[in-house]
Design a protein around this ligand. Structure first.
Ligand SMILES: [Zn+2]
Ligand SMILES: [Zn+2]
Length: 290
């Protein structure tokens, strides 16, 4: 597993690598563009080459891109769907250029329409974005289930993948905070193993493309998306350890998207803590299987 953090792009692509190194990351997650503006950042060939060079010279082994939160691929508003498609395709092309493991996407929100129709709209948008780009994988993230957001359950993730054409580039990103808030009790190794088994049966283990590790401030099944620093919420220290040490997750990029001790995002100390939890989780698994 490559443990790391979401890092800012401020000042340019290359600085994201530097921020990852400062935080002791083996994996980084970046936005593809400014998170509050629709206008995609255009990166020149030189900037991309500089990023790749900096990355190759660093201990960071995996990069994932997070699509910005403005997107709603499932919107009833045609214009918003078209803008979402354009931005998503841009992210996928950037992912290809920088060698990202995938673009992580919140599939969208049904708002007041039916989930079924919203899934079909999201599927059409995602299909079009995949057709308009090549290579880079797209990981649909599970959600906490707040306000009609799609992807709150494994069944819904499966429906989204099918609606998106079910191709090889499609995968899922699992967020521990969202799993917990949407009702999956992952406070123990058995709990997360059950989730992985269900995914294995319904979607396929190979589709698990990336991970987010966050604690939740909100209760089990509350459908509220409130990240806590790891160890400061639930599933908590033991749950985070069990999650990150799950055999089904070996080799994946696992990034923290926590508020951070000073509300500036995950710190070097927190990334180190995630690794310590993972080691403890692996030990606990080994001793319980003896
Ligand atoms: Zn996300
Ligand atoms: Zn979240």
């Amino acid at each position: 597993m490559r443990i790391g953090a979401h890092v800012s792009l401020a000042g340019g692509l290359e600085l994201a690598v530097q921020r990852g190194v400062e935080r002791g990351c083996e994996a980084i997650q970046i936005f593809s563009q400014s998170p509050r503006r629709w206008h995609p950042s255009a990166y020149g060939r030189e900037e991309i080459a500089a990023f790749r060079e900096a990355l190759a010279a660093s201990p960071i082994e995996a990069v994932v891109i997070h699509a910005v939160y403005l997107l709603n691929c499932a919107s009833e508003d045609r214009d918003l769907r078209a803008k979402s498609l354009k931005s998503l395709a841009h992210s996928l092309r950037l992912g290809e250029q920088i060698g990202a493991r995938g673009v992580i996407l919140h599939a969208g929100s049904a708002k007041n329409s039916s989930a079924e129709k919203a899934i079909s709209r999201a599927g059409q948008t995602i299909r079009a974005a995949l057709a308009d780009s090549d290579g880079c994988a797209l990981h649909i993230e599970n959600t906490a289930g707040a306000g009609g957001t799609l992807g709150r359950s494994i069944d819904e993730l499966e429906a989204l993948i099918s609606a998106s054409g079910g191709g090889r580039r499609l995968g899922v990103c699992l967020d521990s905070c969202h799993l917990f808030a949407s009702g999956y009790d992952i406070r123990s190794a058995a709990g997360i193993d059950r989730v992985i088994e269900e995914i294995s049966a319904k979607i396929g283990l190979a589709r698990i493309g990336s991970l987010h590790l966050n604690d939740s401030q909100a209760a089990l099944g509350s459908n509220r998306d409130r990240h806590a620093n790891i160890g400061a919420g639930e599933p908590g220290r033991r749950g985070c350890g069990a999650y990150s040490a799950a055999p089904g997750f070996a080799g994946l990029a696992c990034v923290l998207g926590t508020p951070g001790e000073d509300h500036k995002g995950p710190t070097r100390a927190e990334v180190a803590r995630a690794r310590a939890y993972r080691r403890a989780g692996a030990k606990a698994r080994a001793s319980s299987s003896r």
